[in-house]
Write a protein that binds this ligand. Sequence first.
Ligand code: DHB
Length: 312
Amino acid sequence: MVSTATKIGNFDFDNCLMNAAGVYCMTREELAEIDASLAGSFVTKTGTLEARDGNPEPRYADTLLGSINSMGLPNKGFDYYLDYVTELQNQPNSKNHFLSLVGLSPAETHTILKQVEASDYTGLVELNLSCPNVPGKPQIAYDFETTTEILTEVFSYYTKPLGVKLPPYFDIVHFDQAAAVFNQFPLTFVNCVNSIGNGLVIDDETVLIRPKNGFGGIGGDYIKPTALANVHAFYQRLNPSIQIIGTGGVKSGRDAFEHILCGASMVQIGTALHQEGPAIFERITNELKAIMSEKGYEKIEDFRGKLNYIEA
Ligand code: DHB
């Protein structure tokens, strides 16, 4: 019997596949559809202190090789998502879930996390350090000093299981520096990667999306090699107590297999879920299981992180 079950921290999941934050997760209705699918979990849209409308449309476009978006953090306010995951947590036989959060400033992030700390929710939180689309707000995780300050403060009051969503890094020195920062904290997981920030896609002579003169986060096929490199770089560098969630360019069982081979304990699907809908979880689960049984693997621990190198 082949199983794609997994564990993040002390939380069990029947399947290692789930949505990526931003896709199919804005409303209770969308989240309930993911919950009813073969996905092992869901993560909510990143919630801010107050609800936001986000950037003007068109703000998302599919392309032949993936997607571009500059949504601008539209969301219903973090308490909407906190209420829903708490409600589900209190139901018998509920799956475990991830609550994605960030403030528009460090102070707002602390206000939100203090409310989650004080709440009845005991599940996983993903702090998003990598939103590329709010004009005037740089991605936090590209600034190691600010990241260190925020996490130092967070862990002075936050005691529940917490992970961070990271942008892609592109230099070995940055992998080293980022891992040295994250290794200082009792993180449950890091999630690699968010979209490649601020790409530009053009149709004829015009950009595809309205905000920021067309600049937006790139997802899909374009980003799989970058995502795999980030998953593996952090797998090699982080304390074994910090697990990796792999996100980026997953649209087949083979892609999910590669993320796990690089070290991912859970695999998220963004662009391909947007394009195909929640039935994608059954297709990719079946494809992943077929690869595993062909190779004689019964569980994901049998091959997780066991990427082969070409020896000298
Ligand atoms: C948005 C995009 C992101 O990549 C992210 O991490 C958070 C929010 C957005 O534009 O809504």
